[in-house]
Every structure is written in C-alpha cells, then in structure tokens.
Design a protein. Sequence first.
Length: 158
Amino acid sequence: MLRISSGSRIPNAIAGEWGHNPLPWPRAEELPGRECYCGKQGCIETWLSGPGLALDYREQAARELTAQAIIHAAGKGDATAQATMERYIDRLARALAGVINILDPDCIVLGGGMSNTARLYEAVPARWGRYVFSDTVETHLMPAKYGDSSGVRGAAWL
C-alpha cells in the first residue's frame, strides 16, 4: 500500500507540476511525444497549453492560428479547429483522470490561458469517466476564481 505523508514539510517544492509527467494513455500518433523545454519528451504541458494547441492545429492544417483563434474557429464550425479542440479535450480528460486516480480530489481548478475556454468545463468531465478507475466520478472541474490573475494574486499574498 502507498502511504502519502500529510506532514507540513514540502520535500521537493514541486507540488502541482503535473505538466511535466507523460501524457497518459498516449495514442500511436502522440508517440514518442513532443520535446519539452524541461529536457524530457511527451510532457503533458507540450499538449495542454495554448502553444501546444496551436502546434497541434498547425500539424493538421498546415497553417498557423493562435489558441484563441482556434477556439473561435471551432465555435464557428471550422472542421479542423473542431477536431483540434476534440483532441485537446480528450488529452485534458486523460491527464486529469490520472490526477483523479491518484488523489481523488473533490474539485480540480484550471489555471492559465486555456482555462478561459468555457466548453472545457462540461466537455472534459463528460469524457474523463472512461479513464478514471471508478464507476462514477464526482470530481468537479472549475475555473480559477480570479482567472489568469489567480497565480499573481496568490504570489502577492505570500
């Protein structure tokens, strides 16, 4: 049995760096994974960031759009943008299912620029159930209360 200490000491000072773990349940076309700035390959962050979304779109469409433009185009019915968003949603569902399988949180709060994408809050929980090791998933997915400013606000409180 695995025991996780709940002591107040933070031994590695890396809590929350799940983005530098490999993308769970990778598809054949996702292997061996993209190079990450951290020196590893296939990190979640290379897929689940604004630049990762833009790169995925560029690989499919052979043209560049920003993450915001892709989200907008998907909402307007652009088939390539919609397919790109579907891949993003599935990847985020897989990545967060890993968090749920390990920590079983009541709630997961998204931050960063992509967290401003409203459709994620319904689409991802609708999909993560196929990856979570449970018959039901009660975890809630929510945006950060103060949006993109939440990290800065937290740092200011320190």
